[in-house]
Design a protein around this ligand. Structure first.
Ligand SMILES: Cc1cc2nc3c(=O)[nH]c(=O)nc-3n(C[C@H](O)[C@H](O)[C@H](O)COP(=O)(O)OP(=O)(O)OC[C@H]3O[C@@H](n4cnc5c(N)ncnc54)[C@H](O)[C@@H]3O)c2cc1C
Length: 547
């Protein structure tokens, strides 16, 4: 039998957070670091060609391909939840939109009693990770591992969408992460010269040759090992069909994402006692909130037929692929969701944007899995701060049995009203003169669906996730929270959770950059170099960014 190896830090999951941790912790040659990833290496060329994302949704080998339990408010549909299962995790299959959310989202985290997590304290970590193609500014960093650039190629309809939004009275915004989030424009993307900049590409690749970093792919972590009742001593994992263990001298860091990190806690006996017992898992520590507080952005798509063949629907894949692989240019560099916007519904509790839109110059139904014939364009719209809360429920002690996901969408009445606003505002923009030369009939909800009941029925039948589940290992100052503000699991020594699951509340935007920020800050906390706490405003942009 092989002796288990001992590392200083064991990181579980090489996703958005895990690759950042691997880079930062192994930068000091004195730290022996092990990174375990259940999925394979990121060799698949569709990962790196941005437009390849439309293919990735169907690659089971790179995707956990979760489904929710039947959702009561969505006609008992089971919703498809893709999550990356490959080096880079979900950052290897996502749509690359670079968005940090609104500064007040982080001030909310601090106001909930989490010292060190206000906007002014987290901004330095956004800047540290960033290599902004437009250059350095008070709100943007250069020289970091995460390349953020303008799209090299955009479809003319994306400009039409932005013009239409202006005609509908919304402001144009060149930078959603600048002084104001509100308005419409092109997304900046996590790309480097036409290639996806996943965290595997940006953070892990430059660190892989370090002698003190071991990266194991195809290594599925099964659970935690303990010394005594409350100190984590390592992990159990399976690789090439063999069960193995690895020991951690200092800490185990769970970065397996908002579904798998809480599942690993539960598999290790940390969770709600009754639920664990009925799954045949011995209870080590009763922590009722593990897997609770699940939040996600629910999204509704308005699809319109396009009267001209200018969309991405009927492109020659061969021509696009050749141009891309020969020159790294053209449609292959597009993230497809090129343009978008942040707007204020008027229904929110304050004046920060509470709806986000993504415009797709193609017909997009059921995550692209239902290919519709002909040309068209799609507006995605989602409420940014849903009130509904879901939970995860473990049903087996077998780590390969997926945990039950109860997203509980639209369980709060207010969320349905926001979804109705999303459809109304999407239609308002699509009805503007800029779209006149392209406008065919509305495919979904459909020109004849205009009354409230018809629209509610449409939402219940068609709404889908826009891929931002968070909150299942909630950070908080209270004894019920799963992790404390240093992301240490309460009641257990030598264990932190560091990924999207620690967010106490969902941020108003996409979640990749916020998760990278969380890992940057956590790495500094682990290494004892987090100097941002208690700094006063560094940007001078407070008033402006309140928009
Ligand atoms: C299709 C899609 C589109 C998206 N689009 C955008 C976008 O445009 N912009 C944006 O900002 N955000 C986007 N997101 C969301 C964003 O990518 C995620 O919020 C973010 O990547 C989450 O990071 P994470 O580190 O928490 O988890 P992940 O990145 O999912 O990483 C978790 C990793 O842990 C591994 N793992 C899990 N369990 C185990 C185990 N037991 N053993 C070993 N390894 C394990 C997984 O395989 C995975 O690699 C999108 C997400 C998806 C799925």
């Amino acid at each position: 039998m092989r002796m288990p190896k001992t590392y200083d830090y064991i990181i579980v999951g090489a996703g958005s957070a895990g690759c950042v941790l691997a880079n930062r912790l192994s930068a000091d040659p004195a730290n022996e670091v092990l990174l375990l990833e259940a999925g394979p290496r990121d060799w698949n060329p569709f990962i790196h060609m941005p437009a390849g994302l439309s293919k990735l949704v169907n690659f089971k080998s790179l995707n956990w391909s979760y489904y929710t339990e039947p959702e009561p408010a969505l006609n008992n549909r089971r919703l498809y939840w893709p999550r990356g299962r490959v080096l880079g995790g979900s950052s290897s299959i996502n749509a690359m939109c670079y968005s940090r959310g609104h500064r007040s989202d982080y001030d909310d985290w601090a106001d909930l009693g989490n010292p060190g997590w206000s906007w002014n304290e987290v901004l330095p970590y956004f800047l540290k990770s960033e290599n902004q193609g437009r250059g350095e500014s008070e709100l943007h960093g250069v020289g970091g591992p995460l390349s953020v650039q303008d799209l090299g190629f955009t479809n003319p309809l994306s400009d039409v969408f932005i013009q239409a939004a202006e005609q509908a009275g919304f402001a144009r915004n060149r930078d959603f992460n600048g002084p104001a989030q509100r308005g419409f424009g092109m997304y900046q993307v996590t790309q480097s010269n036409g290639r996806r900049c996943s965290t595997a590409a940006g953070f892990l690749r430059p660190a892989r040759s370090r002698a003190n970093l071991t990266v194991l792919t195809g290594a599925m972590t099964l659970g935690l090992d303990f010394s005594g009742s409350d100190r984590v001593s390592g992990v159990r994992y399976r690789r090439r069909g063999i069960n193995r263990t690895a020991h951690a001298r200092r800490e185990v860091l769970l970065a397996a994402g908002a579904i798998n990190s809480p599942q690993l806690l539960m598999l290790s006996g940390i969770g709600q006692a009754g639920m664990l017992e009925s799954a045949g898992i011995e209870v080590r520590l009763e922590r009722t909130e593990v897997g609770r507080n699940l939040q996600d952005h629910l999204d509704v798509c308005t699809l319109t037929r396009c009267s001209q063949p200018v969309t991405y629907d009927q492109l020659s894949e061969l021509r696009v692929g050749l141009r891309y692989f020969l020159h790294h240019e053209g449609e292959g560099t597009s993230n497809i969701a090129e343009a978008g916007g942040f707007l204020v519904s008027g229904r929110g509790r304050d004046d920060r944007p509470d709806i986000q839109m993504h415009f797709v110059p193609a017909l997009l139904d059921d995550h692209g899995r239902n290919r519709l014939p002909g040309d068209g364009y799609t507006v995605h719209a989602c409420p940014l701060r849903p009130q509904s809360r879901g939970h995860l429920a473990i049903r087996s002690s077998d780590p390969t049995t997926p945990i039950a996901i109860h997203a509980n969408y639209l369980s709060e009445a207010e969320d349905l009203e926001m979804m109705l606003d999303c459809v109304r505002l999407s239609r308002e923009i699509l009805a503007q003169p800029a779209f006149k030369p392209f406008r065919g009939h509305e495919i979904l909800p459909g020109d004849d669906v205009t009354d409230r009941n018809g629209l509610i029925d449409f939402i219940r039948t068609k709404a889908e996730t826009i891929y931002h589940p968070v909150g299942t290992c909630r950070m908080g100052p209270d004894p019920h929270s799963v992790v404390d503000p240093e992301l240490k699991v309460r009641g257990i020594e030598g264990l932190r959770v560091i990924d999207a699951s620690i967010m106490p509340t969902l941020v108003g935007g996409n979640t990749n950059a916020p998760t990278i920020m969380i890992a940057e800050k956590a790495a500094d906390m682990i290494l004892g170099t987090d100097k941002t706490a208690d700094k006063t405003d560094q940007t001078g942009e407070d008033a402006a960014q309140a928009a």
